[in-house]
Design a protein around this ligand. Structure first.
Ligand code: SF4
Length: 514
């Protein structure tokens, strides 16, 4: 994938994509705002959710051991996976043990993160997505662009075309007279998937939560297709990120209130499935749980960044993000798009090795809306700034230092070096101030005769605005850069205060009042 600015340019040039995204994100954000406003103690609930997650992360090792004990005691087989390759190999082995050449899947970010479908395909095992939006993405040979609504970038007409063109190759074909009515599209998907549910012997899921106290896994969803996967096949494999642990069943209360209102804008999830190991004669008779690290312990070691592990994947931050709304999820080039993706992906993968990953912490205006809506109070802007400093450090003096190695300084690097040189010395600072004042006087005298060089309009306060500045990059294309002042601060201070210091000025003002 290209770095974010390049990928975003492609997305911005697609008016259909922008219209689809705008419609969808505004609909969900309005629903969320309405149901959140119904809860008087919403802020207290957010703080409670963040607190539970932070306590859990502080004792993650103990909770994981307890979870393993409980799962094992209830008949599940627990596997530990350090990375994506280990996790995929475990799932493939379970499928092979049961001679399964296909598995049905519950929508799961963790399995997308490890590239499970592609890994199983290499082993000759077909993995069928059963969530409607994931099915659309899979049939369209596409990539998810939203955590909750992976096909958010598609409209009804596009979905109809995908169903007509691609369903037959994957199983039951779509009816030839299919229209783009949502009811007909859903019916076509239901019939297509029903065949797969009834045939599959192995299912793969993730989990929204894993309760250490009892060994219970929890999946919340809207369609019920997930529940079909969790109950019909004989074998169930759940790939669970280690940060999904909750200490007790009572903690679920908080998160099952925070999650639906933040994600789909509903008061409750239509389907909340819970299972604890194996129940003889009921549901899958062989249950495997793969506890996945894949970079999470590195995130945990980062004192600023570890708050990202609180994330419950509600996607509220995506729906309010002005950058996501215009670029969509594909521009982020990772399974986790939007504000949470811009921090989680670089932390899971590490910075300094990949230009695309290093571009993500800059994919934000730092407006802070994501922080305002996050149900577990992740300060995404704080982590973005933290990661930007890591990216800069990773590229500092890296001649022969591994990673991406040395790269030529960017205009921003040069500007920052120049600023450090000037701001670090009082005399240089004074000379620079005089130079800026001179430039301000020259520009003030020539304003109106510079054509495109000076826009000639005034900013609030009467100060002039400059036009496009050479070397200013895209910044000055869309922003009014204030013209330099015609006075240095010292000259202004001397002129307006007669050279008196602040104490004298304050004393005089007090005397005048008396
Ligand atoms: S960062 Fe917060 S708002 Fe964004 S998906 Fe995670 S929990 Fe939801």
């Amino acid at each position: 994938m290209p770095p974010f600015p390049q990928a975003a340019r492609t997305a911005l040039a697609d008016p259909q994509l922008r219209a689809n995204l705008r419609h969808a994100t505004h609909t969900i954000r309005d629903k969320r705002a309405a149901v959140v406003a119904e809860v008087d103690e919403w802020e207290a609930l957010r703080r409670k959710g963040a607190g539970i997650k932070d306590d859990m992360l502080a004792h993650l090792d103990e909770h994981l051991v307890r979870l393993e004990e409980q799962l094992t005691a209830r008949g599940a087989v627990v596997h530990w996976a350090r990375d994506a390759a280990e996790a995929c190999a475990i799932v493939a082995q379970v499928a092979r043990d049961h001679r399964a050449d296909e598995v049905v899947k519950v929508k799961s970010m963790a399995t997308a993160e490890i590239g499970l479908n592609e890994a199983l395909a290499q082993e000759g095992i077909a993995a069928w997505e059963t969530d409607l939006a994931e099915l659309i993405v899979q049939l369209g040979d596409d990539l998810p662009s939203h955590i909750l609504v992976p096909a958010i970038h598609r409209n009804r007409a596009e979905i109809r075309r995908i169903f007509l063109d691609r369903m037959a190759a994957a199983g039951r074909p779509a009816p030839a007279d299919l229209t783009d009515e949502p009811r007909e599209l859903a019916a076509a998907a239901r019939l297509h998937l029903r065949e797969k549910f009834l045939r599959a012997t192995v299912a793969v899921s993730g989990a929204n939560f894993a309760v250490a106290e009892t060994g219970t896994l929890v999946v919340v969803e809207s369609e019920g297709n997930g529940r079909m996967c969790l109950t019909l096949p004989e074998v169930l494999v759940s790939v669970v990120g280690i940060e999904k642990v909750l200490p007790t069943t009572a903690d679920l209360d908080t998160f099952l209130r925070l999650l639906p209102r933040s994600s789909t804008g509903e008061r409750m999830n239509p389907y909340t499935s819970m299972w604890t190991g194996v129940t003889p004669g009921d549901g899958p008779q062989e249950v495997h749980v793969v506890l996945l690290d894949n970079g999470r312990t590195d995130v945990l070691a980062d004192e600023v960044g570890r708050q990202a592990l609180r994330c419950i994947r509600c996607s509220a931050c995506l729906n309010v993000c002005p950058v996501y709304e215009r670029t969509g999820g594909h521009a982020y080039g990772s399974v986790y798009p939007g504000p949470i993706g811009a921090i989680l992906t670089p932390m899971l993968k590490g910075v300094g090795h990949d230009e695309q990953v290093d571009s993500l912490p800059y994919a934000s205006s730092l407006c802070g809306r994501c922080y305002e809506v996050c149900p577990v109070m992740i300060d995404i802007p704080e982590v973005l700034v933290h990661l930007r400093s890591q990216v800069v450090d990773a590229h500092r003096d890296t001649v022969g230092g591994g990673g991406l190695g040395w790269r030529p300084p960017t205009p921003l690097d040069l500007a920052m070096r120049g600023a450090a040189l000037v701001l670090g010395d009082g005399r240089r600072m004074a000379w620079a101030a005089r130079g800026t004042a001179l430039a301000g006087r020259v520009l003030g005298a020539t304003r109106g005769r510079l054509g495109g060089g000076a826009r000639g309009r005034a900013l609030p306060g009467g100060r002039g605005a400059l036009g496009r500045v050479p070397g200013g990059g895209g910044w000055t294309d869309a922003r009014d850069l204030p013209a330099p002042p015609t006075d240095t601060f010292r000259a202004w201070w001397t002129r307006t205060h007669g050279g008196r210091d602040e104490a004298t000025t304050t004393r005089t003002a007090q005397e005048e009042r008396r």
